[in-house]
Design a protein around this ligand. Structure first.
Ligand code: MN
Length: 175
């Protein structure tokens, strides 16, 4: 699966920066190779993700994010290379948080939790995701609502912000 900038319309906050970037080129954002050979009860699927470095405005390149179609299915992410974060949002509790995804570290994504990967570094972010073969993917719910948290560069460093707060800040700067 390959996603370019044009596939993430509506995902980034800075719509002007998005349009400007897209006017020049349509860069590769990420590539996920899913290995789904085993489909029996109790089996696992796994996928290798490669997310490129870059930003749209101040917002780092990221994946679309998704829920699992089978909501209780959890997933384990294993960082191989690069510096990243994951934004997690629990559908039932409304709880949101952002955690580090780095080489030789893991992130446990519980069930009922939308998850998005973000590259906050200068090299490709490479990771494995491992989950039940019964999990499936639901991209639609995230595309309609987006995540409540954004990860943006501020003073040269990643900052986690509420989307609404960031949008307000951007509006203020344009005045
Ligand atoms: Mn997943």
């Amino acid at each position: 699966m390959v996603r370019h900038l044009s596939d993430l319309r509506g995902a980034f906050c800075d719509t002007e920066a998005y349009a400007q970037l897209l006017a020049h080129s349509d860069p590769l954002l990420y590539r996920v190779t899913n290995i789904e050979d085993h489909v029996g009860e109790g089996d696992l699927h796994y996928g290798l993700g490669i997310l490129m470095p870059g930003k749209v405005g101040d917002e780092y390149f990221m994946t679309k994010g998704h829920f699992h179609a089978w909501r209780p299915a959890a997933e384990l992410y294993i960082g191989l290379r690069g510096r990243g974060m994951m934004v997690l949002e629990n559908e039932r509790t409304g709880e949101s948080n952002a955690v580090a995804l780095e080489a030789n570290s893991t992130v446990y994504v519980p069930g009922h939790t939308a998850h998005r990967t973000i590259n906050i570094g200068h090299e490709p972010l490479v990771y494995w995701g491992v989950l039940s073969s019964a999990a499936g993917h639901d991209y639609g719910s995230v595309a309609r609502r987006n995540f409540r948290l954004v990860v943006v560069e501020a003073d040269g460093k990643p900052r986690v912000m509420e989307r609404q707060e960031y949008l307000k800040q951007m509006e203020g700067l344009q005045r």
